[in-house]
Design a protein around this ligand. Structure first.
Ligand code: SAH
Length: 197
């Protein structure tokens, strides 16, 4: 029974991560055609992106493929799989909606595009970083779907290494570009969790 549960969680995670890439791919392609007017690419940005990729994709994929490190396995349970599915599903919905809202203003890193507009609709009405909220939901979903403590920690740490150094720089870049408009937008929104943080 436990093996069936473990396998179900892994299959759901694989479907989720494929869906994640299917959502992202068209935006990556489109972004290549839109001119960048200012960029904050930096080595620390790169470290953040690689860490998130490692914690949220490479490490769990390696675990699903090889079962390593089995020493950190925990028992699977129905409630964990259900909760993980809900969290990962919510992450994908938010990920898709945020991409749609950002549209041509989206970038994988910190960049201002030609004719960049400040987006404040949809989830951006309440929070400034719904895409990062979706990463956090994904890391939590991964922790419940895959029954391994190390994989759980890897996802959360990967998220943290991307999020914490980046967030201040991103908001600074937006303030420099949009001035009072962004400052007013900050006044009426939170970062990740509506009304909380
Ligand atoms: N932090 C946002 C966006 C991530 S994509 C989120 O989590 O949803 C990163 C790019 O989005 C940045 O380079 C920045 O140029 C752009 N961006 C961030 N917030 C934006 C907003 N409210 N309107 C328009 N572009 C935004």
């Amino acid at each position: 029974m436990s093996n069936v549960l473990t396998l179900s969680g892994e299959i759901i995670w694989v479907i989720g991560i494929v869906a994640w890439y299917v959502i992202r791919y068209p935006f990556e392609r489109r972004a290549k055609r839109i001119r960048i007017v200012s960029s904050r690419r930096s080595p620390s940005e790169r470290v953040g992106l690689v860490s998130a990729l490692f914690g949220l994709a490479i490490c769990p994929a390696f675990y699903v493929a090889t079962g390593f490190p089995g020493a950190a396995d925990r028992p699977a349970s129905v409630w964990a799989i259900v909760l993980g599915t809900i969290l990962f599903g919510a992450a994908l919905v938010l990920f898709r909606i945020s991409h749609k809202q950002l549209g041509r203003n989206w970038s994988v890193t910190l960049e201002i595009r030609e004719k960049h507009k400040l987006v404040s609709g949809g989830p951006y009405r309440l929070i400034r970083h719904p895409m990062y909220t979706s990463f956090l939901l994904m890391a939590l979903g991964q922790a419940f779907l895959l029954s391994n403590w190390l994989v759980a920690v890897a996802g959360l740490v990967g998220f943290a290494i991307l999020f914490f150094p980046r967030i201040g720089k991103e908001e600074q870049m937006m303030i420099e570009n949009f001035g009072p408009q962004y400052l007013a937008y900050m006044e009426r929104t939170k970062r990740l969790i509506p009304y909380v943080y």
